[in-house]
Design a protein around this ligand. Structure first.
Ligand code: GTP
Length: 597
């Protein structure tokens, strides 16, 4: 049966093209939020998200819209994250909807994530409605951008909706387009329950909250349900939806989206993509699920103060409650002591978690060089997944090593194309495609992920003055000639600085790190040698000359308060340093040293 009065949709866009602003407008004009409750960007609920302007957690909002045909429709808006690291969350949100609004900034045009996201939507079978935003801007060129959308994506833009999410212009047209152009969901109320588990998160009052899209059957308060993949059964406590306020209701019916709670203690018990069914009258088949996301970037997190170890462990456990894609395991480092090896979906995900640990949990941390997951084939036939350069077996025991590659799409104005191609080549990229759309070029490359994890994105932004956009997906594992480069400070290996790299780039990379460490490590009372080594062979060397005595003498003397202040400052600074043999290395050096020039 067609559920004619429901539409489920998401908004796909490149970052900053106005997705959140449009979502807020839609919510506002359906009267779901009182103006005084209207905080900017309602859907981005976490502070860090708001600060960075990035939407991370997918959420859904139910809007009641009275259309021009006089009927009232239930519109369910699924929010999707905008950044590449969260592509997996995008695709699972899309699986819960029938259509998408494709928002394109009419002053900027199609960007890498516009493409990536619209392809995800088309793959999910969505009806896609193009929406040109920011037409209030003097620089807006809606006609040109419409043509670009047709050329690059192949979407018909005859009926594209022209809006300004900022001024509210055209919002009514968007609502009408949703009702008229998106297909109504289908489902059978009498069939056994089948609900797609779209997302889940931990709430300190309610326990785990589960977001579902009902396909068939009814989900009711008090019902006993079963998760088809895990087999676990639970009794439902509450059922409801978001407006974005949490509203409880008696049941959710086919085509609807909403949440339930069922006394579930940990997010780990809920598998995103699983099918929720009735325990007594189960469905024969689960709904098609999706592949789980796996962490692709790993790094070590160590407390600067060893006394913070327990706090770090508790904080990681808390974060993990709400973020099943983040993983961690205990790690011991000769240089850094006890800490954790943590796995992330990408670099942004890493930065967000690191920032939350420092800010919300008040921890001072050292982050070691991010590493990808290598597959090491040993001579004895074993296969070893290597997350940590420190665990790399001796060369003699290695038959061969495979590294992950990505397929990257980069869009950039013509005038910056040269440096972008050079960057891709330097990072061992293989060009797959190069096409032009208007004054923009689109380059598709295969690139080794280990050349991208560190600072590829920063470099890309700087050589294109911020104009390049980038998107990637994991491609495949390929055999590669990789070596481990160790960094020695005063002849002591600092395991947290060692990294794995292609043999051809090893020497240059080692030299670069030694040079940068030279500037990052403060001079001390004695000369410090900094070396890079492959196996036992030193490939680069720098030295930091000793401090002259009279320089330190200046710190003392003067009046008492000044002296005390200086001492306090030193103590603060000390906390952010780490002792290696006789040498103290500031926390900031660990990540900074690895940035490639
Ligand atoms: P992420 O949440 O980072 O994915 O970005 P987003 O796509 O949600 O973009 P957001 O809604 O945060 O808008 C980005 C910027 O564009 C903000 O500064 C908005 O105020 C501005 N903006 C959004 N819509 C319009 C518009 O129609 N006109 C103008 N002039 N500015 C707009």
């Amino acid at each position: 049966t067609k559920l004619t009065h429901i539409r489920n949709f998401s908004i796909v866009a490149h970052i900053d093209h106005g997705k959140s602003t449009l979502a807020d407008r839609l919510i506002q004009s359906c009267g779901a939020v009182e103006a005084r409750d209207m905080k900017e960007q309602i859907l981005d609920s976490m502070d860090i998200e708001r600060e960075r302007g990035i939407t991370i957690k997918a959420q859904t909002v139910r809007l009641m819209y009275r259309a021009q045909d006089g009927e009232t429709y239930q519109l369910n808006l699924m929010d999707t994250p905008g950044h590449v690291d969260f592509a997996y969350e995008v695709s699972r949100s899309l699986a819960a909807c029938e259509g998408s609004l494709l928002v394109v900034d009419a002053s900027q045009g199609v960007e890498a994530q516009t493409l990536a996201n619209v392809y995800h939507a088309l793959d999910a079978g969505h009806e896609v409605v193009p929406v040109l935003n920011k037409i209030d801007l003097p620089a807006a060129e809606p006609e040109r951008i419409k043509q670009q959308i047709e050329d690059v994506i192949g979407l018909d833009t005859t009926d594209a909706v022209m809006i300004s999410a900022k001024t509210g212009l055209g919002i009514g047209d968007v609502l009408e387009a949703l009702v008229k152009r998106l297909p109504a969901p289908e489902g059978e109320i009498d069939e056994p329950l089948q609900a797609l588990l779209v997302d889940s998160w931990y709430d300190s009052y309610l326990g785990v909250i589960i977001l579902v899209r009902i396909k068939n059957g009814v989900l009711k308060k008090g019902q006993k349900i079963r998760m088809m993949a895990t087999g676990a059964a639970y009794q439902i406590d509450t059922v409801g939806y978001f407006t974005p306020k949490m509203i409880q209701c008696a049941e959710l019916k086919p085509g609807e989206m909403g949440f339930f709670t069922a006394g579930i203690k940990a997010v780990a018990e809920t598998k995103v993509g699983d099918t929720v069914t009735d325990d007594k009258r189960p469905a024969a088949e689960p709904l098609p699920g999706f592949k789980p996301s796996v962490p692709v970037v790993w790094c070590g997190l160590f407390p600067i103060d060893a006394a913070d170890y327990e706090d770090l462990r508790d904080s990681l456990a808390k974060l993990r409650l709400n973020d099943a894609s983040f993983q961690y395991e205990p790690e011991t480092s000769a240089a850094l002591g006890f800490g954790f090896r943590c796995g992330f979906l990408g670099l942004l995900h890493l930065e967000i978690i690191q920032e939350r640990l420092e800010r919300e949990f008040n921890l001072d941390l050292i982050t070691t060089a991010p590493s990808v997951v290598y597959r090491v084939h040993l001579t004895n036939g074993e296969l070893h997944e290597l997350h940590n350069p420190a665990d790399m077996p001796d060369q003699g025991r290695i038959e061969r090593m495979d590294e992950p590659w990505i397929k990257a799409t980069i869009m950039v104005p013509d005038e910056y194309l040269g440096p972008v191609l050079t960057l891709c080549t330097e990072r061992r990229g293989q060009q797959l495609d190069l096409t032009y759309a208007g004054a923009r070029a689109m380059a598709v490359y295969r690139l080794p992920l280990n050349e991208v994890v560190f600072d590829f994105y920063d470099r890309l932004k700087s050589i294109s003055r911020g104009y390049a956009s980038f998107d990637y997906e994991i491609d495949s594992y390929t055999e590669s000639d990789l070596v481990k480069v160790s960094i020695l400070v005063n002849a002591e290996p600092v395991d947290a600085l060692s990294f794995i790299v292609h043999r051809a780039n090893a020497e240059a990379r080692g030299r670069g790190i030694c040079q940068r460490l030279k500037d990052l490590i403060p001079r001390q009372m004695f000369q410090i040698a900094i070396q890079a080594a492959i196996g036992g062979r030193i490939v680069a060397r720098e030295s930091i000359s000793a401090l002259r005595k009279d320089v330190t003498a200046k710190c003392y003397g003067g009046d008492a308060t000044r002296k005390r202040k200086l001492l306090e400052k030193q103590k603060e600074g000390k906390k952010r340093m780490r002792q290696f043999g006789k040498v103290e290395i500031p926390q900031s050096a660990f990540l900074a040293a690895l940035k490639m020039g």
